[in-house]
Design a protein around this ligand. Structure first.
Ligand SMILES: N[C@@H](CCC(=O)N[C@@H](CS)C(=O)NCC(=O)O)C(=O)O
Length: 215
């Protein structure tokens, strides 16, 4: 029996709300109907306890009893092992899903994160660095497009791979970066139409709104 606690920041500024990576974990937990608690760690003071769970002073981390896991991908793989709603149970399906978990984080987020950081910080100034990152993301999207045009979900049935792939595409879509990638856009719309996403998103927004009131 699992004993799951998800830790996120106690507060964040407006800009990243709805995109903080605890959302990926909430989403998976909601999809699998796994019971969990949410705990907070100070956004401002990232002390020894925080670093003991997440050595980079980031969130999220998940504890399951005396196990403490950081990195959203590792957390989702852990949850995948707890529920067939998150990870196919046959070896081929599991291998497919695992491949796409790493592809989302290592191949797509690697491009989508710097691209969206330029947008979020208003540094999208046409400099060579911005152009390079834009081209890098465009290649990734161009290659992802036929994959997503040909299937509903990455590993056959919906899995943690879809949670991660959709979530790494969300910041791109926020700045209309999927305009030339209709299959990626349709896939993202399909994924975020799921009730578990809506619940996870609303819960994250409520968590930070409650923190505003308490300040
Ligand atoms: N690779 C990590 C990235 C975690 C991450 O970037 N977390 C952000 C919130 S979404 C954070 O804690 N930012 C604060 C910081 O980096 O100082 C994961 O996927 O868990």
């Amino acid at each position: 029996m699992s004993d799951l606690t998800l830790t996120t920041f106690d507060w964040v500024p407006e800009m990243p709300r709805g995109l903080v990576r605890d959302l990926r974990v909430r989403w998976a937990l909601e999809e699998a109907s796994l019971p969990y608690r949410v705990a907070s760690t100070p956004f401002g003071d990232r002390g020894a306890t925080h670093l003991a769970h997440q050595p980079f002073g980031q969130v999220p981390w998940l504890t399951d009893g005396d196990l403490s896991i950081f990195e959203s991908g590792a957390i989702l793989l852990h949850l995948g092992a707890l529920s067939a709603k998150l990870m196919p149970s046959d070896p081929r399906g599991r291998s497919e899903a695992t491949k796409w978990v790493f592809a989302a984080l290592n191949s797509v987020e690697m491009a989508s994160l710097p691209w969206s950081m330029f947008k979020f910080t208003g540094s999208d100034d046409g400099s060579p660095a911005v152009k390079f990152v834009d081209g890098f993301l465009k290649i990734r999207l161009k290659n992802l497009e036929p994959v997503l045009a040909g299937r509903e979900w990455l590993a056959g049935s919906f899995s943690v791979a879809d949670i991660l792939m959709a979530d790494v595409l969300r910041p791109v879509d926020r700045f209309d970066g999927l305009a030339d990638s209709p299959a990626c856009r349709a896939y993202l719309a399909r994924a975020t139409a799921r009730p578990a996403f809506a619940k996870a998103h609303a819960d994250q927004m409520a968590h930070f709104a409650a923190a505003d009131k308490a300040r």
